[in-house]
Ligand binder design. Structure first.
Ligand code: KIV
Ligand code: ZN
Length: 522
């Protein structure tokens, strides 16, 4: 591989998924992994197998199913973590074990309570063990950007000597700035004598809003792998955004002299997919994939654009997979056109799912005059949630007026054939409907977050509701869309309840339905 190639290491499913509110189901992770393969990332970090049996299963399923990118799993420097990663990733055509240990004085003293030499011994032992299981081993000195330079060089030298094939330098707390980080990489280039035996990588967090700039500075100083996430999701302020770093390298190729193998036309669909699944919506003004990224409002800009697009446009919407007009299909569109648009949007539905989504599309097209990509995405996300069962919403009625108590009546049918209808009253119709759901299902939740947004433009747009609620110390997310926002909220809440009931059925959770539903804290 040429020295101008920058590997894209995607950690959406590990560092991204770890962020509050971003957890994904196995099915959702598989869908994201497939989209990442189509995007042509070099490496997918699929998870942290030792974190939980669910994480292990997800990494294994991704490794067994995905062909193309290297599948990687994260491990601390201990034999159990390393064995778990190996067992999870070994089914992939190519796989990697990623081991890490913190090296900064702050982490050494306050978190690990380990001396410098102990940390090096632990890293070396872990890397050697991982190399016995796998030829491709990455090592990360966590909090590298706050580690003493001479000690960092010592750790990196020892890691490469022990067999690390990639050495990743994380700015774990998003503390560094581009010029300083560039100097850090130059320092390592100068003082780590065996550095050429490994690929140098960079991993930045966005606490000061500089993750992309810092990653680019590192590539300028010799890094040839960038770790990043779709839409920049990740702990706290997030990670380096994949779409931004890729498009910066592509748009300014003459300046950087570097290339990636990413199919940039898959950036927008992948971004939409991850936003839809995680409920972490992309701000309108977000670079590359935000709704306004290619919109030109000011008259003077529009005039320039009409003369020549390059006056105000440094990238074309097509380059990142945004079609000129995303007004896509209408009520007369056929199943074939629907199916190919669904595929272009990055979804891979089987026959049954396509038919179900197409029927929903037709129903919606009767209600709405214009259908957009966002509508199709909302339908598919809806179908995903609805398929969780066991309760299905059969009817919803509600009443509300200013300064009056609202009421709602929900009618649910269980897959065992039981039908149950209950009414509830509350301050507003959404609250009343959610209380009705709790009464019928016997599951009382603590609502943590409730978001409502419009799926597309227009006054007949669908409302998308995303609900995060807690049950027995764990958070669950539900998502739904409808032209009726009370219905969207009710379906999203029901999705959460269904997920919990399914977990109870599988024995993951105790079947302890909350009797006193009046205690419901919604
Ligand atoms: O931010 C960080 O330091 C990490 C490491 C595990 C690579 O995510
Ligand atoms: Zn990180």
């Amino acid at each position: 591989m040429s020295n101008s190639h920058v590997k894209i290491f995607d950690t959406t499913l590990r560092d991204g998924e770890q962020a509050p509110g971003c957890s994904m189901t196995l099915r959702e992770k598989l869908r994201v992994a497939k989209a990442l393969s189509e995007l042509n990332v070099d490496i997918i970090e699929a998870g942290f197998p030792a974190a939980s049996p669910g994480d292990f299963d997800a990494v294994k399923a991704i490794a067994d199913e995905n062909r193309g990118p290297i599948i990687c799993g994260l491990a601390r420097c201990n034999p159990d973590d390393i064995e778990k990663v190996h067992a999870a990733v070994k089914g992939a055509d190519s796989h990697r074990i990623h081991v890490f240990v913190a090296t900064s004085a702050i982490h050494r003293e306050h978190k690990l309570k380990m001396a410098k030499e102990e940390i090096i011994r632990s890293a070396v032992g872990a890397i050697k063990m991982a190399r016995e299981l796998c030829d491709d081993v990455e090592f990360s000195p966590e909090d590298a950007s706050r580690t003493e330079l001479a000690y960092l060089a010592e750790v990196v030298t020892a890691a490469i000597e022990a067999g690390a094939t990639t050495v990743n330098i994380p700015d774990t707390v998003g503390y560094t700035v581009p010029h300083e980080f560039h100097q850090l990489f130059r320092y390592l280039k100068k003082h780590v004598k065996n550095l050429d035996a490994a690929t140098l990588s960079v991993h930045c967090h966005d606490d000061l809003g500089m993750a992309v700039a810092n990653s680019l500075a590192a590539t300028n100083a010799g890094a040839r792998q960038v770790e990043c996430t779709i839409n920049g999701i990740g702990e706290r302020a997030g990670n380096c955004s994949l779409e931004e770093v890729v498009m910066a390298l592509k748009t300014r190729e003459e300046f950087f002299g570097l290339t990636t193998q990413i199919d940039s036309t898959r950036l927008y669909p992948t971004s939409r997919l991850v936003a839809g699944i995680t409920g972490m919506h992309v701000p309108r003004n977000k670079a590359i994939v935000g709704e306004n990224a290619f919109a030109h409002e000011a008259g003077i800009h529009q005039h320039g654009m009409l003369q020549h697009a390059s006056t105000y446009e440094i990238m074309k919407p097509d380059d990142v997979g945004i079609s000129k007009s995303n007004l896509v299909l209408g009520k007369h569109s056929g199943r074939h056109a629907f199916r190919s648009r669904v595929q272009e949007l990055g979804f891979d539905l089987d026959e049954f799912e396509t038919n179900r989504a197409f029927q929903e599309f037709k129903k919606l097209a009767d209600k709405k005059k214009d259908m957009f990509d966002g509508d199709i995405e909302a339908i598919i996300m809806n179908a995903d949630g609805a398929s969780t069962g066991p309760w299905i919403l059969q009817a919803l009625q509600f009443q509300s007026a200013t300064d009056e108590t609202a009421s709602a009546s929900v009618k649910l049918i269980h897959e065992n054939g039981t039908t149950n209808e209950i009414s509830a009253t509350a301050d507003g119709p959404v609250e009343a409907a959610l209380m009705g759901l709790e009464k019928v299902t016997g599951i009382a939740l603590t609502l943590r977050n409730f978001e409502l947004r419009s799926a597309t433009a227009g006054d007949d747009a669908q409302g998308e509701a995303t609900v995060t609620a807690d049950f027995e110390g764990e958070s669950y997310r539900g998502h739904s869309a409808s032209v009726d926002i009370v219905e969207a909220a009710t379906r999203a809440y029901l999705e959460v309840i269904n997920r919990i009931l399914r977990r109870q059925e599988r024995g993951v959770l105790k079947n302890r339905q909350t009797a006193d539903v009046n205690q419901a804290s919604i």
